[in-house]
Design a protein around this ligand. Structure first.
Ligand SMILES: *Cc1c(COP(=O)(O)O)cnc(C)c1O
Length: 492
Protein backbone atom coordinates (compact mmCIF):
# COMPACT_ATOMS: atom_id res chain seq x y z
CA UNK A 1 0.00 0.00 0.00
CA UNK A 2 1.20 3.47 -0.81
CA UNK A 3 1.92 5.37 2.35
CA UNK A 4 1.43 9.09 2.08
CA UNK A 5 4.73 10.81 2.86
CA UNK A 6 4.72 13.09 5.87
CA UNK A 7 5.36 16.74 5.29
CA UNK A 8 8.73 16.26 6.99
CA UNK A 9 9.75 13.66 4.44
CA UNK A 10 9.05 16.06 1.59
CA UNK A 11 11.54 18.52 2.96
CA UNK A 12 14.91 19.29 1.38
CA UNK A 13 17.51 21.45 3.07
CA UNK A 14 17.22 25.08 2.07
CA UNK A 15 13.71 25.04 0.60
CA UNK A 16 11.46 27.83 1.81
CA UNK A 17 7.78 28.76 1.54
CA UNK A 18 8.24 32.22 2.99
CA UNK A 19 11.10 34.65 2.79
CA UNK A 20 11.13 37.55 5.19
CA UNK A 21 12.32 40.97 4.06
CA UNK A 22 15.52 42.28 5.60
CA UNK A 23 14.71 43.63 9.08
CA UNK A 24 14.46 47.38 9.49
CA UNK A 25 15.39 47.20 13.14
CA UNK A 26 18.65 46.04 14.71
CA UNK A 27 18.96 42.29 15.22
CA UNK A 28 19.14 41.00 18.78
CA UNK A 29 19.67 37.50 20.08
CA UNK A 30 16.77 35.61 21.59
CA UNK A 31 17.20 34.52 25.19
CA UNK A 32 19.30 31.35 25.35
CA UNK A 33 16.55 29.28 27.02
CA UNK A 34 14.21 29.88 24.07
CA UNK A 35 16.69 28.55 21.55
CA UNK A 36 16.43 24.87 20.60
CA UNK A 37 18.30 23.29 17.77
CA UNK A 38 17.15 19.67 18.08
CA UNK A 39 13.83 20.35 16.27
CA UNK A 40 13.91 19.05 12.71
CA UNK A 41 11.55 21.38 10.89
CA UNK A 42 10.35 20.38 7.44
CA UNK A 43 12.02 22.59 4.87
CA UNK A 44 9.43 22.82 2.12
CA UNK A 45 8.40 25.20 -0.63
CA UNK A 46 4.95 26.75 -0.80
CA UNK A 47 3.85 24.46 -3.61
CA UNK A 48 4.94 21.40 -1.58
CA UNK A 49 2.79 22.51 1.32
CA UNK A 50 -0.27 23.30 -0.80
CA UNK A 51 -0.11 20.06 -2.76
CA UNK A 52 0.52 17.97 0.32
CA UNK A 53 -2.44 19.24 2.29
CA UNK A 54 -4.78 19.48 -0.69
CA UNK A 55 -3.97 15.86 -1.54
CA UNK A 56 -4.65 14.77 2.03
CA UNK A 57 -7.96 16.65 2.09
CA UNK A 58 -9.07 14.79 -1.04
CA UNK A 59 -8.66 11.48 0.73
CA UNK A 60 -11.19 12.41 3.36
CA UNK A 61 -14.94 12.05 3.31
CA UNK A 62 -16.44 15.52 3.56
CA UNK A 63 -19.87 17.06 3.47
CA UNK A 64 -18.67 19.28 0.62
CA UNK A 65 -18.03 16.14 -1.46
CA UNK A 66 -20.79 13.67 -0.64
CA UNK A 67 -23.76 12.78 1.49
CA UNK A 68 -22.87 12.21 5.13
CA UNK A 69 -25.86 10.40 6.70
CA UNK A 70 -24.31 10.06 10.16
CA UNK A 71 -27.32 9.55 12.42
CA UNK A 72 -27.72 11.85 15.44
CA UNK A 73 -24.95 14.09 14.13
CA UNK A 74 -27.04 16.10 11.64
CA UNK A 75 -24.23 16.47 9.15
CA UNK A 76 -26.00 18.99 6.97
CA UNK A 77 -24.40 21.24 4.40
CA UNK A 78 -22.67 24.31 5.87
CA UNK A 79 -23.80 27.26 3.73
CA UNK A 80 -20.87 29.31 2.52
CA UNK A 81 -22.56 32.58 3.39
CA UNK A 82 -22.03 31.65 7.06
CA UNK A 83 -18.32 31.58 6.37
CA UNK A 84 -18.33 34.88 4.53
CA UNK A 85 -20.12 36.63 7.40
CA UNK A 86 -17.93 35.05 10.09
CA UNK A 87 -14.91 36.47 8.24
CA UNK A 88 -16.11 40.08 8.26
CA UNK A 89 -13.20 41.93 9.85
CA UNK A 90 -15.61 43.58 12.30
CA UNK A 91 -16.30 40.10 13.72
CA UNK A 92 -13.15 38.16 12.95
CA UNK A 93 -10.68 40.73 14.27
CA UNK A 94 -12.32 41.53 17.58
CA UNK A 95 -10.37 40.88 20.72
CA UNK A 96 -12.20 39.54 23.76
CA UNK A 97 -10.45 42.07 26.01
CA UNK A 98 -11.86 45.03 24.06
CA UNK A 99 -14.02 47.37 26.15
CA UNK A 100 -17.77 46.70 25.86
CA UNK A 101 -18.49 50.01 24.18
CA UNK A 102 -16.25 49.08 21.24
CA UNK A 103 -17.95 45.70 20.59
CA UNK A 104 -21.62 46.63 20.76
CA UNK A 105 -22.35 45.05 17.37
CA UNK A 106 -20.93 41.69 18.44
CA UNK A 107 -22.84 41.81 21.72
CA UNK A 108 -26.01 42.68 19.85
CA UNK A 109 -25.53 39.68 17.57
CA UNK A 110 -24.99 37.38 20.55
CA UNK A 111 -27.97 38.82 22.39
CA UNK A 112 -30.22 38.43 19.37
CA UNK A 113 -29.02 34.87 18.83
CA UNK A 114 -29.89 34.10 22.46
CA UNK A 115 -33.33 35.60 21.92
CA UNK A 116 -33.96 33.72 18.67
CA UNK A 117 -32.86 30.39 20.14
CA UNK A 118 -35.10 31.05 23.14
CA UNK A 119 -38.06 31.80 20.91
CA UNK A 120 -37.51 28.80 18.64
CA UNK A 121 -37.51 26.43 21.61
CA UNK A 122 -39.74 28.13 24.17
CA UNK A 123 -37.16 29.11 26.79
CA UNK A 124 -36.83 32.39 28.68
CA UNK A 125 -33.05 32.74 28.44
CA UNK A 126 -30.13 31.12 26.65
CA UNK A 127 -26.40 31.07 27.39
CA UNK A 128 -23.99 30.84 24.47
CA UNK A 129 -20.97 29.86 26.55
CA UNK A 130 -20.81 26.05 26.22
CA UNK A 131 -18.56 24.80 23.42
CA UNK A 132 -20.41 21.58 22.51
CA UNK A 133 -23.50 19.55 23.26
CA UNK A 134 -21.73 17.59 25.97
CA UNK A 135 -20.54 20.86 27.50
CA UNK A 136 -24.13 22.12 27.43
CA UNK A 137 -25.23 18.95 29.22
CA UNK A 138 -22.65 19.59 31.92
CA UNK A 139 -23.91 23.17 32.21
CA UNK A 140 -27.49 21.88 32.56
CA UNK A 141 -26.50 19.31 35.16
CA UNK A 142 -24.64 21.92 37.19
CA UNK A 143 -27.72 24.16 37.07
CA UNK A 144 -29.91 21.28 38.28
CA UNK A 145 -27.41 20.66 41.06
CA UNK A 146 -27.35 24.33 42.08
CA UNK A 147 -31.15 24.55 41.95
CA UNK A 148 -31.68 21.65 44.37
CA UNK A 149 -28.89 22.77 46.68
CA UNK A 150 -30.35 26.26 46.85
CA UNK A 151 -33.64 24.75 48.03
CA UNK A 152 -31.89 22.62 50.61
CA UNK A 153 -32.79 19.52 48.63
CA UNK A 154 -29.39 17.87 49.01
CA UNK A 155 -30.84 14.37 48.79
CA UNK A 156 -31.57 14.69 45.10
CA UNK A 157 -28.54 12.85 43.79
CA UNK A 158 -30.04 10.57 41.12
CA UNK A 159 -30.37 11.34 37.43
CA UNK A 160 -32.66 9.20 35.29
CA UNK A 161 -31.34 8.53 31.78
CA UNK A 162 -33.03 6.33 29.15
CA UNK A 163 -30.97 3.45 27.78
CA UNK A 164 -31.14 4.88 24.24
CA UNK A 165 -29.27 8.04 25.33
CA UNK A 166 -26.04 9.29 23.87
CA UNK A 167 -23.06 8.33 26.03
CA UNK A 168 -22.41 11.96 26.87
CA UNK A 169 -25.59 12.05 29.03
CA UNK A 170 -24.44 9.61 31.73
CA UNK A 171 -20.89 10.97 31.45
CA UNK A 172 -21.91 14.57 32.14
CA UNK A 173 -24.36 13.55 34.88
CA UNK A 174 -21.52 11.74 36.63
CA UNK A 175 -19.17 14.69 36.17
CA UNK A 176 -21.73 16.90 37.89
CA UNK A 177 -21.81 14.48 40.82
CA UNK A 178 -25.05 12.60 40.15
CA UNK A 179 -25.48 8.86 40.11
CA UNK A 180 -27.10 7.54 36.96
CA UNK A 181 -30.28 5.46 36.94
CA UNK A 182 -30.92 3.84 33.57
CA UNK A 183 -34.49 3.78 32.30
CA UNK A 184 -35.22 0.99 29.80
CA UNK A 185 -37.02 1.62 26.51
CA UNK A 186 -40.39 0.03 25.83
CA UNK A 187 -41.17 -2.13 22.80
CA UNK A 188 -42.11 0.91 20.72
CA UNK A 189 -38.81 2.65 21.41
CA UNK A 190 -40.20 5.12 23.99
CA UNK A 191 -38.80 5.75 27.42
CA UNK A 192 -40.70 3.17 29.54
CA UNK A 193 -43.18 5.36 31.42
CA UNK A 194 -44.08 2.70 33.99
CA UNK A 195 -40.43 2.33 34.86
CA UNK A 196 -40.09 6.11 35.20
CA UNK A 197 -42.98 6.03 37.71
CA UNK A 198 -41.24 3.26 39.64
CA UNK A 199 -37.84 4.93 39.66
CA UNK A 200 -38.68 8.51 40.70
CA UNK A 201 -38.69 9.56 44.34
CA UNK A 202 -37.37 12.11 46.82
CA UNK A 203 -33.82 11.38 45.63
CA UNK A 204 -34.58 12.24 41.98
CA UNK A 205 -32.58 15.21 40.72
CA UNK A 206 -34.11 15.00 37.28
CA UNK A 207 -34.20 13.21 33.97
CA UNK A 208 -32.04 13.73 30.89
CA UNK A 209 -34.25 12.79 27.99
CA UNK A 210 -33.61 13.08 24.27
CA UNK A 211 -36.73 13.88 22.27
CA UNK A 212 -37.00 12.96 19.45
CA UNK A 213 -34.80 10.20 20.80
CA UNK A 214 -31.74 8.59 19.24
CA UNK A 215 -33.93 5.91 17.68
CA UNK A 216 -35.37 8.70 15.56
CA UNK A 217 -38.71 8.49 17.36
CA UNK A 218 -40.92 11.04 19.04
CA UNK A 219 -41.51 9.81 22.57
CA UNK A 220 -45.21 8.99 22.76
CA UNK A 221 -45.28 9.51 26.53
CA UNK A 222 -43.24 12.70 26.69
CA UNK A 223 -45.98 14.64 28.49
CA UNK A 224 -46.36 11.93 31.12
CA UNK A 225 -42.61 11.57 31.58
CA UNK A 226 -42.30 15.31 32.20
CA UNK A 227 -45.28 15.35 34.59
CA UNK A 228 -44.08 12.36 36.58
CA UNK A 229 -40.58 13.79 37.04
CA UNK A 230 -41.94 17.22 37.98
CA UNK A 231 -44.39 15.75 40.47
CA UNK A 232 -41.48 13.95 42.10
CA UNK A 233 -39.65 17.30 42.42
CA UNK A 234 -37.09 16.66 39.68
CA UNK A 235 -36.14 18.83 36.70
CA UNK A 236 -36.37 17.80 33.05
CA UNK A 237 -33.29 18.22 30.85
CA UNK A 238 -33.83 17.72 27.14
CA UNK A 239 -30.82 16.72 25.06
CA UNK A 240 -31.54 18.91 22.04
CA UNK A 241 -29.17 17.25 19.59
CA UNK A 242 -32.17 16.09 17.57
CA UNK A 243 -33.75 19.51 17.33
CA UNK A 244 -33.49 19.37 13.54
CA UNK A 245 -36.69 17.32 13.49
CA UNK A 246 -38.97 19.84 15.18
CA UNK A 247 -37.88 23.40 14.31
CA UNK A 248 -40.94 25.62 14.04
CA UNK A 249 -43.19 22.65 14.85
CA UNK A 250 -42.81 21.88 18.56
CA UNK A 251 -41.11 23.85 21.34
CA UNK A 252 -39.58 21.81 24.17
CA UNK A 253 -40.17 24.71 26.59
CA UNK A 254 -43.92 24.52 25.85
CA UNK A 255 -43.85 20.79 26.59
CA UNK A 256 -42.59 21.55 30.09
CA UNK A 257 -38.89 20.91 29.60
CA UNK A 258 -36.84 23.01 32.05
CA UNK A 259 -33.41 23.02 30.41
CA UNK A 260 -32.13 22.09 26.96
CA UNK A 261 -28.94 22.35 24.97
CA UNK A 262 -28.73 23.08 21.26
CA UNK A 263 -25.93 21.85 19.03
CA UNK A 264 -25.28 24.81 16.73
CA UNK A 265 -22.90 22.58 14.75
CA UNK A 266 -25.74 20.16 14.06
CA UNK A 267 -29.08 21.94 13.78
CA UNK A 268 -27.79 25.37 12.86
CA UNK A 269 -25.22 24.38 10.24
CA UNK A 270 -21.97 25.54 11.79
CA UNK A 271 -19.10 23.25 10.78
CA UNK A 272 -18.92 19.94 12.56
CA UNK A 273 -16.31 17.36 13.35
CA UNK A 274 -12.56 17.39 13.23
CA UNK A 275 -12.46 18.46 16.84
CA UNK A 276 -14.54 21.61 16.53
CA UNK A 277 -14.90 24.33 17.49
CA UNK A 278 -18.55 23.62 18.18
CA UNK A 279 -21.17 25.43 20.20
CA UNK A 280 -23.74 24.06 22.63
CA UNK A 281 -25.93 26.89 23.98
CA UNK A 282 -28.29 26.08 26.84
CA UNK A 283 -31.84 27.39 27.25
CA UNK A 284 -33.65 27.56 30.60
CA UNK A 285 -37.07 28.46 31.99
CA UNK A 286 -37.52 31.77 33.83
CA UNK A 287 -36.71 30.71 37.38
CA UNK A 288 -33.38 29.16 36.33
CA UNK A 289 -31.97 32.28 34.64
CA UNK A 290 -30.05 33.36 37.73
CA UNK A 291 -28.07 30.11 37.66
CA UNK A 292 -26.74 30.59 34.12
CA UNK A 293 -23.00 30.69 33.55
CA UNK A 294 -21.54 34.17 33.70
CA UNK A 295 -20.85 36.63 32.36
CA UNK A 296 -24.17 36.84 30.55
CA UNK A 297 -25.32 39.57 28.15
CA UNK A 298 -27.88 42.13 29.22
CA UNK A 299 -29.68 44.66 27.02
CA UNK A 300 -30.83 48.03 28.33
CA UNK A 301 -32.84 50.52 26.29
CA UNK A 302 -34.44 49.97 22.90
CA UNK A 303 -33.69 50.71 19.26
CA UNK A 304 -30.85 53.15 18.66
CA UNK A 305 -30.50 53.65 22.43
CA UNK A 306 -29.96 49.96 23.19
CA UNK A 307 -26.79 49.24 25.16
CA UNK A 308 -25.41 45.73 25.68
CA UNK A 309 -23.26 44.78 28.62
CA UNK A 310 -21.98 41.79 30.56
CA UNK A 311 -23.28 40.91 34.01
CA UNK A 312 -22.89 38.05 36.43
CA UNK A 313 -26.19 36.25 37.16
CA UNK A 314 -26.84 36.27 40.90
CA UNK A 315 -26.53 32.54 41.61
CA UNK A 316 -24.38 31.74 38.60
CA UNK A 317 -22.78 28.32 38.40
CA UNK A 318 -19.68 30.21 37.22
CA UNK A 319 -17.75 30.35 33.99
CA UNK A 320 -17.69 27.34 31.67
CA UNK A 321 -15.59 28.67 28.83
CA UNK A 322 -12.80 31.18 28.47
CA UNK A 323 -14.18 34.53 27.32
CA UNK A 324 -17.63 34.18 25.75
CA UNK A 325 -17.82 30.84 23.97
CA UNK A 326 -16.94 30.20 20.34
CA UNK A 327 -18.06 33.50 18.85
CA UNK A 328 -17.39 32.49 15.23
CA UNK A 329 -20.03 29.77 15.65
CA UNK A 330 -22.50 32.32 17.01
CA UNK A 331 -22.04 34.43 13.89
CA UNK A 332 -22.58 31.43 11.62
CA UNK A 333 -25.71 30.23 13.46
CA UNK A 334 -27.13 33.76 13.56
CA UNK A 335 -26.59 34.09 9.81
CA UNK A 336 -28.24 30.73 9.18
CA UNK A 337 -31.32 31.56 11.25
CA UNK A 338 -31.70 34.99 9.66
CA UNK A 339 -31.25 33.55 6.16
CA UNK A 340 -34.07 31.07 6.73
CA UNK A 341 -36.52 33.05 8.81
CA UNK A 342 -39.34 31.44 10.78
CA UNK A 343 -40.97 29.71 7.83
CA UNK A 344 -37.67 28.53 6.46
CA UNK A 345 -36.80 26.90 9.77
CA UNK A 346 -40.05 24.96 9.76
CA UNK A 347 -39.38 23.88 6.18
CA UNK A 348 -35.96 22.57 7.26
CA UNK A 349 -37.54 20.17 9.72
CA UNK A 350 -40.36 19.16 7.39
CA UNK A 351 -37.85 18.31 4.68
CA UNK A 352 -35.50 16.52 7.10
CA UNK A 353 -38.38 14.33 8.30
CA UNK A 354 -39.64 13.77 4.76
CA UNK A 355 -36.18 12.73 3.51
CA UNK A 356 -35.77 10.29 6.38
CA UNK A 357 -39.18 8.68 5.90
CA UNK A 358 -38.66 8.47 2.14
CA UNK A 359 -35.30 6.78 2.59
CA UNK A 360 -36.69 4.44 5.24
CA UNK A 361 -39.44 3.39 2.82
CA UNK A 362 -36.88 2.69 0.08
CA UNK A 363 -34.90 0.40 2.38
CA UNK A 364 -37.65 -1.23 4.41
CA UNK A 365 -37.96 -4.40 2.26
CA UNK A 366 -34.29 -5.30 2.28
CA UNK A 367 -33.24 -4.36 5.80
CA UNK A 368 -34.78 -5.00 9.20
CA UNK A 369 -36.32 -1.91 10.72
CA UNK A 370 -35.79 -1.82 14.46
CA UNK A 371 -39.09 -0.02 15.09
CA UNK A 372 -41.73 0.02 12.40
CA UNK A 373 -43.03 3.52 13.09
CA UNK A 374 -43.08 6.80 11.22
CA UNK A 375 -39.68 8.23 11.98
CA UNK A 376 -38.59 11.76 12.66
CA UNK A 377 -35.39 13.04 11.00
CA UNK A 378 -33.53 9.71 11.28
CA UNK A 379 -34.23 6.00 11.65
CA UNK A 380 -32.48 2.90 12.91
CA UNK A 381 -32.05 -0.36 11.02
CA UNK A 382 -30.56 -3.45 12.54
CA UNK A 383 -28.22 -5.51 10.42
CA UNK A 384 -29.44 -8.88 11.71
CA UNK A 385 -30.64 -10.18 8.32
CA UNK A 386 -27.24 -9.45 6.79
CA UNK A 387 -25.41 -10.80 9.84
CA UNK A 388 -27.04 -14.18 9.20
CA UNK A 389 -25.62 -13.99 5.68
CA UNK A 390 -22.14 -13.52 7.15
CA UNK A 391 -21.96 -9.75 6.73
CA UNK A 392 -21.77 -7.47 9.73
CA UNK A 393 -22.78 -3.83 9.92
CA UNK A 394 -19.14 -2.79 10.05
CA UNK A 395 -18.62 -4.60 6.70
CA UNK A 396 -21.51 -2.76 5.09
CA UNK A 397 -20.18 0.53 6.43
CA UNK A 398 -16.78 -0.17 4.86
CA UNK A 399 -18.38 -1.17 1.56
CA UNK A 400 -20.22 2.16 1.34
CA UNK A 401 -16.85 3.90 1.16
CA UNK A 402 -16.31 2.24 -2.22
CA UNK A 403 -19.28 4.22 -3.52
CA UNK A 404 -18.07 7.53 -2.12
CA UNK A 405 -20.61 7.86 0.67
CA UNK A 406 -19.80 8.27 4.32
CA UNK A 407 -21.41 5.45 6.33
CA UNK A 408 -24.26 6.10 8.74
CA UNK A 409 -23.69 5.84 12.49
CA UNK A 410 -23.03 2.19 13.36
CA UNK A 411 -23.47 0.21 16.58
CA UNK A 412 -25.38 3.05 18.21
CA UNK A 413 -27.85 3.27 19.94
CA UNK A 414 -26.31 0.53 22.05
CA UNK A 415 -29.68 -1.15 22.60
CA UNK A 416 -29.93 -2.12 18.91
CA UNK A 417 -27.82 -5.05 17.67
CA UNK A 418 -25.77 -4.32 14.53
CA UNK A 419 -27.38 -0.86 14.45
CA UNK A 420 -27.30 1.39 11.39
CA UNK A 421 -28.58 4.84 12.29
CA UNK A 422 -29.35 6.89 9.21
CA UNK A 423 -29.99 10.63 8.97
CA UNK A 424 -30.09 12.00 5.44
CA UNK A 425 -30.80 15.65 6.50
CA UNK A 426 -32.84 18.16 4.54
CA UNK A 427 -29.93 19.41 2.49
CA UNK A 428 -29.83 16.27 0.33
CA UNK A 429 -31.77 16.27 -2.93
CA UNK A 430 -34.03 13.41 -3.98
CA UNK A 431 -31.25 12.32 -6.37
CA UNK A 432 -28.65 12.00 -3.66
CA UNK A 433 -31.06 10.19 -1.31
CA UNK A 434 -31.87 7.82 -4.18
CA UNK A 435 -28.17 7.29 -4.83
CA UNK A 436 -27.57 6.39 -1.20
CA UNK A 437 -30.58 4.03 -1.21
CA UNK A 438 -29.24 2.31 -4.33
CA UNK A 439 -25.86 1.84 -2.68
CA UNK A 440 -27.57 0.24 0.34
CA UNK A 441 -29.75 -1.99 -1.87
CA UNK A 442 -26.74 -3.11 -3.85
CA UNK A 443 -24.93 -3.98 -0.64
CA UNK A 444 -27.99 -5.96 0.47
CA UNK A 445 -27.74 -7.92 -2.81
CA UNK A 446 -24.05 -8.49 -2.30
CA UNK A 447 -24.58 -9.66 1.28
CA UNK A 448 -26.95 -12.26 -0.11
CA UNK A 449 -24.96 -13.38 -3.16
CA UNK A 450 -21.32 -12.40 -2.82
CA UNK A 451 -20.75 -11.64 0.86
CA UNK A 452 -16.95 -11.76 0.48
CA UNK A 453 -17.12 -8.57 -1.61
CA UNK A 454 -18.60 -6.82 1.42
CA UNK A 455 -16.51 -8.43 4.13
CA UNK A 456 -13.27 -7.51 2.34
CA UNK A 457 -14.31 -3.91 1.61
CA UNK A 458 -13.26 -1.21 1.07
CA UNK A 459 -11.67 -1.90 -2.31
CA UNK A 460 -11.36 1.48 -4.02
CA UNK A 461 -10.20 3.73 -1.21
CA UNK A 462 -6.62 4.83 -0.78
CA UNK A 463 -6.34 2.91 2.47
CA UNK A 464 -7.99 -0.45 2.92
CA UNK A 465 -9.34 -1.76 6.20
CA UNK A 466 -7.43 -0.31 9.10
CA UNK A 467 -6.63 -1.96 12.36
CA UNK A 468 -8.98 0.37 14.20
CA UNK A 469 -8.34 -1.08 17.63
CA UNK A 470 -4.59 -0.83 17.12
CA UNK A 471 -4.86 2.68 15.75
CA UNK A 472 -6.79 3.70 18.87
CA UNK A 473 -4.77 1.85 21.45
CA UNK A 474 -1.32 2.61 20.09
CA UNK A 475 -2.05 5.94 18.46
CA UNK A 476 1.16 7.79 17.80
CA UNK A 477 0.96 11.21 16.22
CA UNK A 478 4.54 12.23 16.86
CA UNK A 479 7.05 12.23 14.09
CA UNK A 480 10.37 10.72 14.89
CA UNK A 481 13.17 11.72 12.55
CA UNK A 482 15.03 8.50 13.29
CA UNK A 483 12.14 6.24 12.37
CA UNK A 484 11.78 4.75 8.91
CA UNK A 485 8.98 6.48 6.91
CA UNK A 486 6.77 3.39 6.60
CA UNK A 487 6.53 3.05 10.36
CA UNK A 488 5.34 6.57 10.74
CA UNK A 489 1.65 5.67 10.31
CA UNK A 490 0.03 3.89 13.21
CA UNK A 491 -1.61 1.09 11.27
CA UNK A 492 -2.19 -0.11 7.74
C1 LIG B 1 -24.02 14.83 19.25
C2 LIG B 1 -24.83 14.44 20.40
C3 LIG B 1 -24.46 14.82 21.71
C4 LIG B 1 -23.15 15.49 22.05
O1 LIG B 1 -22.96 16.68 21.37
P1 LIG B 1 -21.49 17.22 21.08
O2 LIG B 1 -21.72 18.54 20.48
O3 LIG B 1 -20.86 16.23 20.14
O4 LIG B 1 -20.76 17.26 22.38
C5 LIG B 1 -25.32 14.50 22.74
N1 LIG B 1 -26.47 13.82 22.51
C6 LIG B 1 -26.83 13.44 21.27
C7 LIG B 1 -28.13 12.72 21.09
C8 LIG B 1 -26.03 13.72 20.18
O5 LIG B 1 -26.38 13.33 18.96
Amino acid sequence: MAVEPLIYELGRPGRRAIRFPAPEVPETDLPEELMRDELAWPEVSEIDVIRHFTRLSQKNAAIDLNMYPLGSCTMKYNPKINEAVARYPGFARLHPYQPEETVQGALELMYELQEMLGEISGFNAVTLQPAAGAHGELTGCLIIHAYHRERGDEMRTKMLIPDSAHGTNPATARMAGFSVITVPSDERGNCDIDKVRELVGPDTAGIMITNPNTLGLWDEHIHEVIDVVHEAGGLVYNDGANFNAILGIARPGDLGVDIMHYNLHKTFSTPHGGGGPGSGPVGVRADLIEYLPGPHIRKEGEGADAVYSWYQPEKSIGRLHSFNGNFGMHVRAYTYIRMHGAEGLRQISEDAVLNANYLMALLADRFDLQYDRTCMHEFVLNGMRQKKQGVRTVDMAKRMLDFGVHPPTTYFPLIVSEALMIEPTETESKESVDYFANVMLRIADEAENTPEVVTSAPHTTEYKRLDEVGANRTLNLRWDAERAPAEAVAAD
